[in-house]
Unconditional design. Sequence first.
Length: 248
Amino acid sequence: MFAIISDIHANLEALTAVLADVRQRGVNELICLGDVIGYGPDPVECLRQASVWPVVVAGDWDRAVVKHDPTQWIDWINRHIEWIQRTISSASDGEALLSTVASFRAQHSQLGCQFCHGTPSDVRDYVFPEDIYNQPKLERIACEFDRTLFAGHTHIPGLFALSSGGEWEYIEASPGQEYDVREYTKLICNVGSIGQPRDGDSRASFVLFDGHVIRFHRVDYDMDTTVAKIKDNPDIDDMHGGRLPEGR
């Protein structure tokens, strides 16, 4: 059994709560699907946690901090990336942390499954629930993996399932519900977000997987502390704290 997490976004309180929940369940293995940093107030502390994880896939924010191309981002994101870079560089272990981010892999394969941030071919490619109506897009992505794909990036947990009849369906994630990957021809599982959920549920989202069965989980955390940190930080827009209680 292992935990699959994604989109921590420098939210230390959410990450701490999830790791405690995972340990309490006796789960020792963990795979992270990227975006350890970005938006949130604690990039250094979250990277220190991630530095000991055996598998971390790079998200678009992680890549941007390693190799920042201002032409690829809007102004406020460029300013935020520069703040993250300064914050990491000023830490006592800043050089090691930057090396940690640079070491994040493009994707990962394990137990016959693939793990990525956006899609296997594009770290910034979103697969939203409404893409269930875009069958050509799903078919294109389906050609990029064998049978089961775990991803993040949208911050919306859920499943895209291809039945033996050749039709894709979208399954909204239900915490505690079990989904057996063997029941589907192909499956795309979005594990949701630890640090900034956007499905209307403010609780941190992650998945447990035993090689066959997926189970979604949600965890409460000390959100007030995170929001206060954001509000007190002049380099982070207050909107990133205001959206957390609303899960958007």
